[in-house]
Structure formats: structure tokens, C-alpha cells
Design a protein around this ligand. Structure first.
Ligand SMILES: Cc1ncc(COP(=O)(O)O)c(C=O)c1O
Length: 481
């Protein structure tokens, strides 16, 4: 991989693109930011985009497209069945993944729906072992009468670590499950770029070992490749055995080893859609019937043909090391600068975003007052950046109606690909460092509404701390926004 050296400046990531189209962004004054987060019930999902300066909620469907993708969109062949667009995308998928069959669906969770209908629903009570859970995946598995078992190595949950592959399976645990109850396993789900533990990668060796175990016990292996892009970069840079392999060779080795691949093209492919890819004709015909019933005719599956053309071009970019290194390098820069200033971040930096460890950032806030949710609100007040709470608020209510406790209390500052510049990251770093120095002003939150899932609920601060935080900001920054 090419490296960029600097003469007398601290190394920083360098964009390998130039900007053709821009969208105006507005930064509200701090007092207005307090009003905006209050109106949103201190839940960043409920905010309005117009109130946000840096939208770092997610990398899903918000990555900047290239002029080549936008141009390709005009080739979209809008026809109900047998569209040329479908065959062009199928050819690209065959070229990259070397699998014969491809089914388009409208986004990643639709892939998960189709697979749960095909493999979980016919086996009530079956289980799906996985390195870690993801909300949309386990939601569909449970909806179809199954359950999931987490097989992550214990090290995966350590927030401060130097382990390069925290997303790896505990192979002993997985083999134990397969040995004892293979007939009860619907499939094994391998999640690349493990989202909920901080976008942490899984090594190629570990994925190959999982697929070997699946073959040994006659169980299907399914790769969730939604976050494969960053994971490929980490295999190439952190896994010695593959440093001389090209990205395409790495993808090919992985793809040849697993039975089914699916992905959210809101992440992989820089577009908006989803894909299920496999080799077995009988299984393809089986899943196709679900796609036709729930998504759309199987040559578009609910996707716009324009997006399908853009994904075809975006997938080629995903195979280009100079392009896929940019996301992880931006995240690494953000994480390293914050860590150097003493701010507790998840290490090593992963893909998808920089994750702050809220339990260490605001240790004075008890679990019951939502440290990660409080920190996400405080970051918005301090900077106008919207992050995502990745802790208890993101978990469903316990059955007894008690507010849940998350396995981790993180705030994710996602870095959508090619969207923000280094100067915007530097601004954010400055504001987060200020907040860390004033962290004792942040107090907790409590729920003020209670719906079926707290994801959509409103919270309120336990005191007037947001106003006091804004007043301190005004004192320190004068008339700055
Ligand atoms: C690992 C993983 N799998 C599946 C999904 C679901 O994809 P979508 O949001 O397109 O439904 C996501 C989305 O964030 C994801 O990160």
C-alpha cells in the first residue's frame, strides 16, 4: 500500500479524491443546540438533520458517491423482469466473489429476513452461532422462531486493547456447540467488521477456520459482508500471512470458503441496497421465492436500478486498496488524536467509526442514568456532531419492564466514507477534548416516554446540566459557534 510521508508536519490522512459536489452544512450556536437536543428528547435518532453540523450517526447509505457511480446511474435499465442492470451487476458479483447466483434485496436486513425464512423458520427452536450479535440479524432470527449464540473471544469485549482482531470467534466454543447440536444449528453467521464491538475486524484465518468447522459438522456458513470493506484493509495491514495478497485474492479465498454471502450495500458498494450471493442452484431457487414475495421481482428485489448500477461501480472501488484504506485511516487519526489527549477511546481503532468508552469518559454517571446516551447528547451540545449511543438505550426493554444494561457503553462517531475532511475532524477533536476537560458537568438521563422499544423513546436530563454545559462553553469560547 502507498504511504504518504510528510516533510515537517505530523502525519495525517490524505484524501485520494477531489470534491465535485458539496452540500451546505450549518453549525447552530450552542444555545440553539441545547434546544435542538431537548426537542429530540436527548435521543440522537430523533434529531432533525437540519440541526446537525457533522452527522456521524452512521456510515449506512451516507457514503459519498463518485462521479463514475453517478454517471453509471444513467445506465439503469428500468424494466420489471430481466433488466440489463441485473445482469451487469450479477457479472460484477461473479467476477469479485466467484459465486454463480445473486439475489438483490432492498437493504441488509432484507437479506437477513430472507435467510431466516429459508433456514430458521423451518427449524423452530434452532440456533445461529455468531461472533457477535447485530440488532437486525438477531431480530429476524428471533422473529422466525430461532435464537442466537455469541461465540466471540473474551478479548473482543475489552475496550482498551492491542488485539488486532477482536472480532474473532472463540473456535473452541463454536466447535463445542457444533459437536453437541449441529442438527439444531440453522447456520453459522460470520460478521465481518463486527459492528457493535466498535467495527472490530475478524482475521481471515479465523473466518477460514470457522468455515472448516462448518464443513466438518455439515452446517451452512454465512458471511455478513456488510462491513467487509474495512475488514479487508485490516486483513491486508494486520495479518502477516496476507500482506502480499491483493484485495481481490483475499476476497476470493474468503468467498470460496463460505456457502452464502450477504451484504448491506448501504455500506459495501457505496450505494443503497442489499445482495445475497451463493453457489447452490437449489438453495437459490428456494430463497428466490421469498425475494419475489417480500422484496420484488428477483431481478431488482426492491432496489432501484440506478442504485444497482452505482453499486456495480462501487464494488470495484471496494477492491481498490487506495480507496478502502481511507475510512480506517481517518478513524485511526481521530482515535489516536483523542487518545493522545487522554480521552478514552476503543483501541485498536476499528472500521466504521471512532468509539468513545463512555464508562471511562463519565465514570460518575451510573448505568441506570445512561452514560453513553448522556455523552452523545453532550458531544452534540459541544460540537454540533451527532454520534450514536451504543449501549443500554440501544437494547430492548427487559421483560420485567426494567431499563436494560448494555454489554458496553460506547458512543460511536461514525466516519461516513469520503464525506468529511481532516479539518472537520480536527474541529471535532478540539471540541471532544474540551468536553473531556469539562466532563464533570455532564450528568445523566432518564426516560420520559416508554414505547415498545426504547430506541424511539425520549429522555430528559436529571438536572439542568445541558444548560450549564452550554454556559461553560460560552464562557470558554466567547462568541464562537
Ligand atoms: C453488520 C451489519 N449487518 C447488517 C446490517 C443491516 O443492514 P441495513 O441497515 O442495510 O438493513 C448492518 C447495518 O448497519 C450491519 O452493520
Amino acid at each position: 500500500m502507498e504511504k504518504i510521508g510528510y516533510y515537517n508536519r505530523k502525519p495525517m490522512p490524505l484524501e485520494m479524491h477531489k470534491v465535485c459536489i458539496v452540500q451546505k452544512a450549518e453549525l447552530l450556536p450552542v444555545e440553539e443546540r441545547v434546544k435542538a437536543i431537548r426537542k429530540a428528547g436527548f435521543n440522537s435518532y430523533r434529531m432533525e438533520s437540519a440541526d446537525i453540523y457533522l452527522d456521524m450517526l452512521t456510515d449506512s447509505g451516507v457514503n459519498a458517491m463518485t462521479n463514475e457511480q453517478l454517471g453509471a446511474m444513467m445506465l439503469g435499465d428500468d424494466c420489471y423482469a430481466g433488466s440489463r442492470t441485473y445482469f451487469r451487476l450479477a457479472d460484477k458479483i461473479k467476477e469479485i466473489f466467484n459465486k454463480d447466483y445473486f439475489l438483490p434485496v432492498h437493504q441488509g436486513r432484507a437479506c437477513e429476513h430472507m435467510l431466516a425464512l429459508a433456514y430458521v423458520q423451518p427449524k423452530p427452536g434452532s440456533i445461529v452461532p455468531m461472533n457477535f450479535q447485530f440488532g437486525t440479524s438477531v431480530g429476524k432470527i428471533k422473529y422466525c422462531g430461532g435464537d442466537y449464540v455469541i461465540c466471540l473471544r473474551e478479548e473482543g469485549l475489552e475496550t482498551a486493547s492491542s488485539d488486532p482482531f477482536k472480532g474473532d470467534f472463540d473456535l473452541v466454543k463454536l466447535e463445542g456447540i457444533l459437536r453437541e447440536q449441529a442438527e439444531n444449528v440453522a447456520f453459522v453467521r460470520i460478521e465481518a467488521g463486527t459492528n457493535l464491538i466498535g467495527g472490530q475486524p475478524i482475521s481471515l484465518d479465523n473466518m477460514l477456520a470457522v468455515s472448516e468447522l462448518c464443513k466438518k459438522y455439515g452446517v451452512l456458513s454465512v458471511l455478513d459482508a456488510s462491513l467487509l470493506q474495512d475488514n479487508l484493509h485490516f486483513i491486508k495491514t494486520r495479518e502477516n500471512a496476507y500482506q502480499n495478497k491483493s484485495i481481490r485474492e483475499i476476497v476470493r479465498a474468503l468467498s470460496d470458503a463460505v456457502d452464502i454471502i450477504y451484504f448491506s450495500a448501504r455500506k459495501l458498494g457505496f450505494g443503497r441496497g442489499g445482495a445475497i450471493i451463493l453457489n447452490d442452484e437449489k438453495e437459490f431457487e428456494h430463497i428466490k421465492t421469498f425475494v419475489a414475495s417480500f422484496e420484488g421481482y428477483p431481478t431488482f428485489g426492491g432496489m432501484s436500478v440506478k442504485e444497482m448500477e452505482a453499486i456495480r461501480v462501487g464494488l470495484d472501488d471496494t477492491m481498490d486498496e487506495r480507496i478502502i484504506c481511507q475510512g480506517p485511516q481517518f478513524i485511526e487519526y481521530l482515535a489516536n488524536e483523542l487518545e493522545d489527549a487522554g480521552v478514552p477511546v476503543v483501541t485498536p481503532p476499528g472500521g466504521l467509526g471512532c468509539h468513545l468508552d463512555a464508562e471511562k469518559f463519565v465514570p460518575h454517571i451510573p448505568h441506570s442514568k445512561y452514560p453513553a446516551g448522556s455523552l452523545a447528547s453532550a458531544i452534540y451540545i459541544s460540537s454540533g456532531a451527532r454520534g450514536m449511543e451504543r449501549g443500554a438505550i440501544d437494547e430492548p426493554w427487559e421483560e420485567d419492564g426494567v431499563a436494560p444494561y448494555g454489554a458496553m457503553e460506547l458512543v460511536r462517531l461514525a466516519v461516513p466514507r469520503r464525506v468529511y475532511t481532516v479539518s472537520q475532524l480536527n474541529y471535532l477533536i478540539d471540541r471532544v477534548c474540551w468536553l473531556y476537560d469539562n466532563r464533570e458537568l455532564i450528568e445523566g438521563l432518564q426516560f420520559s416516554t416508554k414505547g415498545p422499544h426504547n430506541f424511539y423513546d425520549a429522555l430528559e436530563p436529571v438536572s439542568d446540566w445541558p444548560e450549564r454545559l452550554a454556559a461553560k462553553f460560552r464562557k470558554d469560547f466567547g462568541d464562537s459557534l
